[in-house]
Design a protein around this ligand. Structure first.
Ligand code: SAH
Length: 375
């Protein structure tokens, strides 16, 4: 397999295949840690110097690239600008960037490529990232940028976990995976782990499925960090509540059909008061974690006044090769889900918008299959 080290030079993202190359990385341990990790993960043989005094031209023998880690340990791209300033100055900050001229001159003489990178931030912190509905290309640009610099990533299987070794090269990856009804790492332990790693001075990323603040316990994790005095920030994500219906061709609102949508958790069956309010509102009802409580929800909504004929779609495993949509109605949903053996993760959509369900992906396939110039 070819290996690569993502690198950012003058704001331009580079992907270097550095298997078999020797790379000299100059900069203090703290400042250079993320750079060292990326090049090592990219297959390079990394040679290190922490201070200009350690430089000797012989260190450039066999080196193909020299990377100087310098500049202020700023919060790049404005990420987390609301975070309290870190009182501990970074040892790899502006000062470390000075004095590397002999190294640069020697590289010029020997025609060795040099690049500069900003230092990794020092001081522990936590970023909650919304990973979207599970595929890498639905991560935001900011999420990718933060992941690239993470020291530790706590992930579960709802986010885009499969490509993490590539997205967060060399970071410690910890699976805190929760499958429904089965919690290998408890929420308390996840939060403890997050705090403990941040206390070690690490940038901890908690990668969550969808958006961190939609049934993701993100609010609790933020509060824990704040209570422990750990700087914390969040990166929003594409929530499955909208994106998974969309993957099945269902718009959650539609002019003249539904001008409201309510996202509810099926983790516990809704109360009678909630069911009545939902039935009265008349918009689309989107249920997450709703497979287990589908019988209580559908019978409750019918009792609250919704007709048995109201359409229902169950969209399982959105954006995966196993994505499947079962279209039924409120009266028959439980039987249909049983016959189809519907399982989590799934998003249940209840309302007239389900009739707008269109498999428009077929139009793209047709367009691609048509020979050029023929309509
Ligand atoms: N914060 C997440 C939701 C967490 S609750 C978000 O904003 O999307 C977990 C539930 O989300 C699952 O039980 C399921 O109902 C839904 N879900 C998440 N990803 C999904 C996917 N790819 N396909 C179907 N449902 C999904």
């Amino acid at each position: 397999m070819s290996t690569a080290a993502g690198s950012k030079v003058n704001g331009i993202e580079l992907t270097l295949n550095c298997a078999g190359l020797t790379v000299l990385i100059a900069g203090t341990t703290t400042a250079a840690r993320s750079t060292v990790r990326r090049y090592t993960a990219g297959g390079a043989t990394v040679r290190r110097i922490a201070t200009p005094a350690q430089f000797h031209p012989r260190l450039l023998d066999n080196v193909s690239l020299a990377v100087v880690v310098e500049g202020a340990a700023a919060d790049r791209a404005g990420i987390g600008s609301a975070m309290p300033a870190n009182p501990r100055a970074d040892d790899g900050g502006r000062l470390a960037g000075q004095g590397w001229e002999p190294l640069r001159d020697a590289c010029r003489e020997r025609r060795i490529l040099t690049t500069s990178e900003e230092p990794a931030t020092s001081g522990g912190r936590v970023t909650l990232i919304g990973g979207g509905p599970g595929v890498e290309d639905l991560l935001t640009v900011r999420a990718k940028q933060v992941l690239r610099e993470a020291d530790v990533v706590l992930f579960d299987r709802l986010g885009p976990y499969r490509t993490l070794p590539h997205l967060a090269p060399g970071a410690e990856l910890i699976d805190v995976g929760k499958t429904p009804g089965h919690h290998p790492v408890s929420q308390t332990d996840i939060e403890k782990l997050m705090v403990a790693r941040a206390r070690e001075g690490k940038h901890v990323v908690r990668l969550k499925g969808g958006d961190p603040f939609v049934f993701g316990r993100g609010g609790e994790e933020v509060n824990t960090c704040l209570a422990e005095g750990i700087p914390v920030t969040t990166v929003p994500g594409i929530s499955s509540s909208i994106a998974v219906p969309a993957a099945a061709g269902i718009p959650v609102t539609y002019r003249g059909v539904a001008h409201a949508f309510t996202v509810i958790s099926g983790h516990q069956p809704p109360t009678d008061t909630e069911l009545e309010a939902l039935a009265k509102l008349g918009g689309t009802i989107v249920v997450l974690m709703g497979i287990g409580t589908l019988p209580q929800l559908t019978s409750g909504l019918r009792k609250a006044g919704l007709a048995s004929s109201v359409p229902v779609a169950i969209v399982e495993k959105g954006y995966s090769p196993d994505q499947r949509t079962t279209v039924t109605n409120l009266g028959e949903a439980v039987t249909a889900a049983g016959l189809a053996r519907c399982t989590s993760p799934a998003v249940v959509v209840i309302g007239e918008v389900v009739r707008q369900h269109r498999d428009f992906s077929a139009t793209l396939e047709q367009a691609l299959a048509r020979p050029l110039g023929v309509s």
